[in-house]
Write a protein that binds this ligand. Structure first.
Ligand SMILES: [Zn+2]
Length: 380
């Protein structure tokens, strides 16, 4: 596979990178004149850099959308499939693999059972399974390993700030183990992240990474991520955005963390599914069919969720995006939820800052793959 000539001076790299990023942000093809004008470079500079990017397969010619009267003019665009990254959401039960190209588009997806017995506390054994399943995924979808930037792994776990140690993962029994134990069987660059952090990263990056948002993930666990002023905020201990364990009812329902009254105790997906012997889908069907039976629990769920959302808003004063698999059912209830949230506010705001995420099902593997995509685009 062709690569860019290395090394170049840092100044030349920055010039080339700014041309690449201009084309990346442009979405549609641009001419050399467009680039020169927008970035205040000379035409020969633009020409030389485009030649290098073209030779490396990172940009390609594309038809311009504007009409020039005569023959169809062409411009330059980034080659979306020149590289890709894989994200894997790992739980005790499942691997969910997603491959994303440079445009952050999904190009392959597979969900499969890990085949491990429950509560296997062996990171190396898990890593060997993961490595084998990854190779099958790459082969079965015909993905070119030479174009693979890296493999992101998202875990329901708290990692240390350097990503070297899994500090705490009650659902996976992987406490205080080295992340290298999990990744050593992988022959590719690897990056580990907390699952909710990865989900929040996907929502934040695809909406424009300069913005700020709080991401509240509603799955069997309730978690989140904080992305402020153009960067993820991890906190001193990698525990920022642990919204599931803010206390909303002192002395209230018991939480899996061992404390009482946490948001997770009230707003876990399990509360409206496995605790009732139902799936989440069953619950919403039952809610529509026999509201008299299920509405009180659902109203209680939404009222506690509104308290949690309000508290996040009071602390961070930024947009709040709801993610996690539960959100695929939430659209019909959003006006009511927004009204409940707005009723909490002393500032008479209408809760328009609260919205559903774009990727209810696949934000986690997408987000952890995007770590490599964003890194490639920034550093090219
Ligand atoms: Zn808790």
């Amino acid at each position: 596979m062709p690569t860019l000539n290395e090394p170049v001076t840092e100044r030349r790299r920055i010039t080339r990178n700014s041309i690449y990023r201009y084309l990346y942000q442009a979405q549609t093809p641009r001419t050399k004149q467009d680039i020169a004008q927008a970035l205040a470079f000379s035409l020969p500079t633009v020409h030389q850099n485009l030649s290098e990017l073209l030779a490396a397969g990172l940009v390609e010619r594309g038809a311009l959308q504007r009409s020039t009267g005569g023959r169809r003019a062409t411009g330059m665009a980034i080659a979306a499939n020149a590289r890709f990254a894989v994200g894997v959401s790992v739980t005790q039960e499942r691997f969910r693999f997603l491959a994303a190209n440079l445009r952050m588009e999904e190009i392959a997806y597979r969900s499969e059972e890990t085949g491990l017995p429950p509560h296997t506390a062996d990171a190396a054994a898990l890593g060997v399974r993961l490595a084998a399943a990854l190779e099958h995924f790459l082969t079965d979808f015909g993905l070119n390993r030479n174009k693979l930037l890296g493999v992101g792994i998202a875990l329901p776990a708290i990692l240390d700030a350097q990503g070297q140690t899994i500090l705490f993962s009650p659902t996976m029994a992987l406490n205080h183990c080295r992340t290298a134990d999990l990744t050593q069987a992988l022959p590719y660059p690897a990056h580990l992240a907390n699952d909710a952090t990865a989900g929040g990263y996907a929502e934040w990056l695809t909406q424009g990474s300069g913005s700020s948002l709080a991401y509240l993930s509603l799955e069997n666990g309730v978690g989140g991520a904080v992305l402020l002023g153009g960067a993820p905020y991890h906190g001193l201990n990698g525990r920022s955005g642990e919204f599931g364990h803010i206390c909303i009812v002192p002395g209230g329902l018991p939480c899996p963390c061992g404390k009482r009254g946490c948001l997770e105790a009230y707003c876990s997906a399990a509360r409206i599914s496995s605790d009732l012997g139902l799936t989440v889908e069953d619950f919403f069907e039952a809610l529509a069919r026999t509201p008299a039976q299920y509405q009180p629990l659902w109203e209680d769920y939404l009222q506690h969720l509104a308290i949690g959302i309000h508290n996040i808003r009071m602390i961070l004063d930024c947009d709040i995006v709801l993610g996690g698999f539960l959100t695929q059912y939430l659209a019909p209830y959003m006006p009511h939820l927004q009204a409940l949230v707005a009723a909490q506010s002393p500032f008479q705001e209408n809760a328009g800052y609260l919205r559903l995420g774009q990727y209810p099902k696949r934000a986690i593997p997408l987000g952890v793959a995007l770590h490599f995509i964003n890194d490639f685009i920034q550093k090219l």
